[in-house]
Design a protein around this ligand. Structure first.
Ligand code: TA6
Length: 297
């Protein structure tokens, strides 16, 4: 829900889409389509709200998250790029967790509205600031298609003269009625447990959420099904271009450590992420591109 945000319209882009800002000039793209409502922030090209009319929100957003350009918004679908989590290099240089894309100001580069939905494109290109952190020329495009489902494609274009590798994630925070009454099917048979030094473990056929979980599953071709039991719905996720699927819920004790997450926030969120977590990342040759995608219904 974003009703707690006090926004005012600055520009109408199409019948259902307008630009809005908060009291600090933080910019949002707000979509009020006849079938659904959605909101992106230009900060991070960050989908922070998606709700089909007469249904519960599909995306979780923390009511405690700040909206400022130095921090990532907690919730929504953060774009983690060009690395996942913290790498040896990012830690040694005290660089932001999950890369800089989600704390950068993107440009809304295309808007298209039609009977059943909307298509939006956001772009981020290399600057002196980004090259000081990650010394490559690139063009990053988020292609969002919203209708009765969410389709997000993150296209990495290598516009430099040399090859590069990248990691990251479409770090989706699903909204669920009660995470303790959720289960996840379709995950790979093996995962690395980030709560146990990344130890590789065999997984159960069905993952029941009943405590802190931070697991990196190998990607497989299967669809992932989240049984959001208390909402009496199943959320279906299909990913492409990922090498892993990350499932995260901080649960009670870890949630308390996040100032931008209410202490009970863990109850109504569950992260299921389309991710590239392999140490070597994905190679994008000079002049080529790679797409990381997630479809959520
Ligand atoms: O995707 C899971 C994870 O890497 C967790 O380990 C936790 O750190 C989470 O992301 C949130 O990271 P953030 O940098 O957004 O606080």
């Amino acid at each position: 829900m974003i009703s707690h945000l006090r926004l005012k319209t600055t520009k109408n882009l199409s019948p259902s889409i307008n630009m809005q800002v908060d009291d600090n000039g933080f910019e949002f793209v707000v979509i009020n389509h006849k079938n659904f409502d959605a909101t992106f922030s230009l900060h991070g090209a960050h989908l922070i709200h998606f709700q089909i009319k007469q249904q519960a929100p599909l995306i979780y957003l923390s009511k405690s998250t700040p909206y400022n350009h130095s921090k990532a918004i907690r919730g929504g679908v953060p774009i983690c790029w060009p690395w996942f989590g913290n790498t040896e290099e990012s830690k040694s240089k005290n660089l932001p967790s999950h890369g800089f894309a989600r704390i950068s100001q993107w440009i809304l580069s295309a808007v298209n509205e039609y009977e059943t939905g909307v298509d939006l494109e956001f772009t981020l290109t290399a600057t002196a600031e980004t090259k000081a952190i990650w010394n490559h020329d690139f063009s990053l495009t988020l292609k969002a298609s919203l209708s009765d489902h969410i389709e997000l494609s993150l296209v990495t274009d290598n516009t430099s003269n040399e090859d590069f590798t990248y990691g990251g994630a479409l770090h989706t925070y699903l909204h669920v009625a009660d995470s303790g009454r959720c289960s996840v099917e379709g995950l790979a048979a093996s995962y690395k447990d980030s709560l146990d030094n990344g130890k590789r473990k065999n997984s159960d056929q069905i993952l029941n959420i009943n405590g802190s979980v931070d697991s990196i599953y190998d990607a497989n071709e299967q669809k992932i099904v989240v049984n959001d039991e208390s909402n009496q719905r199943k959320i279906v996720i299909n990913n492409k271009g990922n090498d892993s699927v990350v499932v995260w819920n901080p649960w009670i004790e870890i949630a308390k450590k996040f100032v931008d997450l209410p202490d009970d926030g863990y109850k109504t969120m569950l992260c299921v992420e389309s991710a590239i977590t392999a140490k070597q990342g994905v190679l994008v040759k000079s002049g080529c591109s790679h797409t990381l995608k997630t479809v959520i219904k």
